[in-house]
Design a protein around this ligand. Structure first.
Ligand code: ATP
Length: 235
């Protein structure tokens, strides 16, 4: 579905991504792991066209999208759920959700998406009139995912959805991503530092180290890899 080849990204003279190649297959969860500063967020930002690549290609469903502007990327159904959630704290839960549907063509689709989000996250339905800034961390993460779902994504990209959450709440978020993938057949590109959880719910995994893909394979095989176990799984 998404194919990246030899992608290089620089911030001024600093090389953030060095000729990385990766693929996200339709209907699967693919995860991108790595330490702080490895280039995970830069990868997502470049796919979303918020950061421009210096070289390389990004193909979505066989079409080069590397030069597109970010609004067109959203139109294609590539939706990013950003690190740190970036909600509007002084707007209600419901208003935050509706903002996510700004590109959806008709109101009935937006309302249908909203019903699906409320079904998936009953807590958001209960708190629909509450200000987003007063939600707990876990609820805010659910709202950020809900807002991304409002845009009818065909590829959902999540940047560290478990960041700052208590282990039990993070587990709920990972369960939910797995459910979205299995029940709604949603393709997901998941950036995570929680390698254990990400490898459990994904099919394919890539490990970034200082801007390069250091390892790639099935999530099952990487979970058994000694190097991965020692460096990323604390085994
Ligand atoms: P984290 O897990 O900490 O979010 P990451 O793997 O997502 O890290 P990136 O945020 O993609 O890593 O950063 C990759 C490299 O690019 C880092 O060395 C970072 O300092 C650098 N970088 C990121 N954004 C910028 C920027 N706007 N200007 C200059 N350098 C940047």
């Amino acid at each position: 579905m998404l194919k990246i080849e030899n992608l290089s990204v620089y911030y001024g003279y600093v090389c953030a991504l060095k000729e990385i190649s990766l693929e996200v297959r339709e209907g699967e969860i693919t995860c991108l792991l790595g330490a702080n500063g490895a280039g995970k967020s830069t990868t997502l930002q470049t796919i979303s066209s918020l950061v421009k690549a210096r070289s390389g290609s990004i193909e979505f469903r066989g079409v080069e999208i590397g030069g597109h502007d970010s609004a067109k990327i959203v139109d294609l159904g590539i939706i990013q759920c950003p690190e740190g959630r970036q909600l509007f704290p002084s707007l209600s839960v419901q208003d935050n959700l509706m903002i996510g549907a700004y590109k959806v063509k008709n109101r009935s689709e937006a309302l249908e998406n909203r019903s699906t989000v409320y079904e998936l996250f009953p807590i958001l339905s209960e708190r629909r009139r509450q200000l987003a800034g007063t939600l707990s961390g876990g609820e805010q993460q659910m709202l950020a995912i809900g807002r991304a779902l409002m845009a009818s994504p065909s590829l959902l990209m999540l940047d560290e959805p478990s960041l700052g959450l208590a282990p039990k709440i993070a587990e709920q978020i990972f369960d939910l991503l797995e459910k979205l993938n299995k029940e709604k057949n949603l393709t997901i590109l998941l950036v995570e530092q929680n390698a254990n959880a990400a490898l459990k719910i994904s099919t394919e995994a890539y490990i970034l180290e200082t801007g390069s893909i250091a390892l790639h394979g099935s999530s099952e095989s990487l979970a058994k890899n000694d190097l991965v176990r020692e460096k990323y799984l604390g085994a």
